[in-house]
Design a protein around this ligand. Structure first.
Ligand SMILES: Cc1ncc(COP(=O)(O)O)c(C=O)c1O
Length: 361
C-alpha cells in the first residue's frame, strides 16, 4: 500500500485518488493497445478519444455553447500572458487589466513588453494585494478586460466576476477552474494551467469564443496563433498527451463521482468555511486576505512569529500534512484546498492546527 500524505500543495497539486488509481491500473496496457498512454501516437484513436472526452466534458461542465472552442496549449498559463495580447489586442484600442497580484502583474508585464496600450484600471497593491478591487471603469473601447479569478499566492478570489459590458472578459482561471459554475457568455477567453485543479503540469486549457479568432493576426508564428490550435483540435503538433488524458479522467470524476460543478462548489464552500471559521475563532492564527475577498481555494494565514510558522510547517509535514508553506515571495502559511482535497482532510488540518496552538501557547 502506497503511503500518501494529505497534499496541500499549491500546484502541481493533489489529484483525486480514484483518478490516480485508474491511471495506475491502465498504465501498462492502455485500452488493449499493449502500450501506455505516454507511448501511443497522438494521432491514434485511443488518444483522440481521451482528447475529445476532455473537450466534451469541459463543454458539459461549463455549459459552453457551440460558440466556444476548447484547446490545449503547451507553455502553461505563462505563455498565455503573451499569446493573449499578441492575438487579441485590436489595433488602436487599449487593453485593460485588473491587477490583483503576482500573476496579474506578469500578464501586464508581457502585454507591455509587446508594446500594447496597457491600462491598469484597478489594483489592490496599496494593501499588499489583500483584497479584490471593487471600483473601476472599463474603457468601452478596450480590446478586452483581463483579470485573475483566483490569486494563488495572496489567497484572494473574485466572488463575482467583473462586469465589462460589451468588452470581452479574459480570465486567468489557473487556480480555480472547475471549482464552481459560472456563466461563460461574457468571456472572450479563459485559460488555466492544468496543474492545480484539473491535471498535471505541461499544458494550459484555453477556452476561446469563436469570434475572438477574427482578431488573430496572420503574421504570427504558427505555434503562437490560437487559430493553429482551434483549426487542428489541439493536434497541430504533438500535444501534452499525458496531461490531456489525465484531465479527461479528472473531469470524468467531476461529472460522475462528484456530480457536477454545483455540487463541487458546495463542497468547496464547506471546506473553506471550516478552515476560515477555525482561523477566525483563534487568536493564534491570522488570515491574510480581507474577509470579503477570501479565496475558497488557497487559504493564506500567519502565526505569531516566523519561527512558529517554520515549526508549524515542519511539524505538519511530520504529521503527514504537506505543502503548507506560503509562497516564497510572501512567507507565512497557505493551505491549498483544491477540488481533490476532501472535507475530512480539511478537518484533519484543523485538528492539527488546534493541537499545534495548544502546544505552542
Ligand atoms: C493564477 C496563476 N496564473 C498563472 C500561473 C503560472 O502558471 P504556469 O506555471 O502554468 O505558467 C500560476 C501558477 O501558480 C497561477 O497560480
Amino acid at each position: 500500500m502506497a503511503k500518501r500524505i494529505i497534499n496541500f500543495n499549491p500546484g502541481p497539486a493533489a489529484l483525486p485518488l480514484p483518478v490516480l488509481e485508474q491511471i495506475k491500473d491502465e498504465f501498462l496496457d492502455y485500452r488493449n493497445t499493449g502500450m501506455s498512454i505516454i507511448e501511443i501516437s497522438h494521432r491514434s484513436k485511443p488518444f483522440e478519444e481521451a482528447l475529445n472526452q476532455a473537450v466534451e466534458r469541459t463543454r458539459r461542465l461549463l455549459h459552453l455553447g457551440d460558440d466556444f472552442h476548447v484547446v490545449f496549449v503547451q507553455g502553461g498559463a505563462s505563455l498565455q500572458f503573451c499569446m493573449i495580447p499578441m492575438n487579441l489586442a485590436l489595433e488602436g484600442k487599449p487593453v485593460d487589466y485588473l491587477n490583483t497580484g503576482t500573476w496579474s502583474n506578469k500578464a501586464i508585464k508581457e502585454a507591455k513588453t509587446l508594446g500594447k496600450d496597457v491600462r491598469v484600471i484597478a489594483s489592490s497593491e496599496d494593501r499588499g494585494f489583500s483584497y479584490i478591487p471593487k471600483a473601476f471603469q472599463v474603457d468601452p473601447n478596450a480590446s478586452y478586460l483581463h483579470f485573475t479569478s483566483n490569486n494563488t499566492i495572496k489567497g484572494t478570489q473574485w466572488a463575482e466576476f467583473p462586469k465589462a459590458g460589451e468588452v470581452p472578459l479574459i480570465c486567468d482561471m489557473s487556480s480555480d477552474i472547475m471549482s464552481r459554475p459560472f456563466d461563460a457568455k461574457p468571456f472572450g477567453l479563459i485559460y488555466a494551467g492544468a496543474q492545480k485543479n484539473i491535471g498535471p503540469a505541461g499544458s494550459a486549457m484555453v477556452i476561446l469564443r469563436k469570434d475572438m479568432l477574427d482578431r488573430v493576426p496572420a503574421s504570427l508564428p504558427s505555434m503562437l496563433k490560437y487559430t493553429t490550435f482551434t483549426g487542428e483540435n489541439s493536434l497541430y503538433n504533438t500535444p501534452a498527451c499525458f496531461v490531456i488524458y489525465t484531465v479527461s479522467l479528472v473531469l470524468k470524476w467531476l461529472e460522475e463521482t462528484v456530480g457536477g460543478l454545483e455540487k463541487m462548489e458546495k463542497i468547496n464552500r464547506e471546506k473553506a468555511d471550516i478552515l476560515y471559521g477555525f482561523i477566525d475563532g483563534s487568536d493564534f492564527y491570522r488570515g491574510t486576505a480581507e474577509k470579503d475577498s477570501r479565496s475558497l481555494m488557497n487559504v493564506t494565514f500567519r502565526l505569531p512569529s516566523e519561527e512558529l510558522e517554520a515549526k508549524f510547517v515542519a511539524d505538519a509535514s511530520k504529521a503527514g500534512l504537506g505543502g503548507l508553506k506560503g509562497h516564497r515571495s510572501v512567507g507565512g502559511c497557505r493551505a491549498s484546498i483544491y477540488n481533490a482535497i476532501g472535507i475530512d482532510e480539511v478537518k484533519n488540518l484543523v485538528d492539527f492546527m488546534a493541537d499545534f496552538q495548544k502546544k505552542a501557547s
